[in-house]
Design a protein around this ligand. Sequence first.
Ligand SMILES: Cc1cc2nc3c(=O)[nH]c(=O)nc-3n(C[C@H](O)[C@H](O)[C@H](O)COP(=O)(O)OP(=O)(O)OC[C@H]3O[C@@H](n4cnc5c(N)ncnc54)[C@H](O)[C@@H]3O)c2cc1C
Length: 327
Amino acid sequence: MAHIAVIGAGLAGLTATQQLATAGHQVTVFDKSRGSGGRMASKKVGDASWDMGAQFARAHSADFARQLAEWSHLGVIQPWQPQIASVSRQGVQASADDVRRYVGMPRMTGLSRHLLASAHHFEASTRIVDNRQLDNDQWLLEAEDGRHFDGFDALIINTPPQQAIPLLSHSPQLQQRCSTVAMSPCWTLLLATEDLPQLPDAAFIEEGPLAWVARNNSKPGREPGESWVLQASHSWSDEHQDAPREEVMHQLLEAFGAIFKLSEFKIMNHWLHRWLYAIPNNPLSETCLSDRQRKLAVCGDWCGGRSLEAAWISGRSAATELLQQLN
Ligand SMILES: Cc1cc2nc3c(=O)[nH]c(=O)nc-3n(C[C@H](O)[C@H](O)[C@H](O)COP(=O)(O)OP(=O)(O)OC[C@H]3O[C@@H](n4cnc5c(N)ncnc54)[C@H](O)[C@@H]3O)c2cc1C
């Protein structure tokens, strides 16, 4: 049995964790956040809660479709069948499709928690700032607060590429591959409002500041109060990356009101979040990166795509790679 460290409790790192644990290894997961999920995170303010990052999972490959069916069978995710609209210059139009969308239960992080249960230990609120291999080839990790963690036979790094670069000073080739991937930001406004029954459950928006809005409480198992997730487009978020928060909130609210012709509506709670590294613009074409000599793999959606499915594929690929190296 090997002892393996995973830096980053996103879907990729946790998928790898579960696969490595199933193969009989002991996995310790580190994340700088208090909880798991990464860009699949949920947010709670007062009585309201929202899926703040990934909104739903869908499958393009047969493998991921099977995985979604399995998680659904376990009750970790459930289908979500929103009334969807598309918003263009022509206005708001119903836009039914036959996409099977799944959401974590009772929020997106339900899925990350399920996967995390396979870890031997979760070291939350721990930002890893340095790592190196000792003379016995074992990995030593150093946290921002000065704590050290050692005794790891292998290492997986599951962070956005910009956050992986400082952790790869020993592997310049991998560092270089990471530096080629650019990530776009995404401003996200979460609202708890009075009931807005005239609106669709979700909408894809073609132009203007917003790209996607969704009624969070139309998803299964959510708190009943009316709650909305408003996600800005990546181009608008890029242009307004450093804009004052009040201005961002004002513009997103104005766009929401204008699209759905809402003159005024009551807001009980809100939260504005800027995802700095939201979506990869130019993902790599391999599913993970690895340094065989060092028993090191790097994974994340940005290796092969820009979705939960890509993260899952990358996590599986990193675990498979390490299992070969450990044999
Ligand atoms: C706003 C938004 C909406 C999205 N909507 C969808 C959607 O509807 N459907 C879909 O399929 N995909 C969606 N995505 C994409 C999806 O969320 C990602 O593809 C997926 O979650 C990426 O998972 P990951 O494991 O690669 O990385 P992440 O989820 O980014 O995980 C990386 C983890 O590493 C941690 N970390 C970073 N640096 C360190 C460090 N030094 N030490 C310790 N921990 C560290 C972070 O805290 C994080 O938890 C969306 C993304 C965003 C931002």
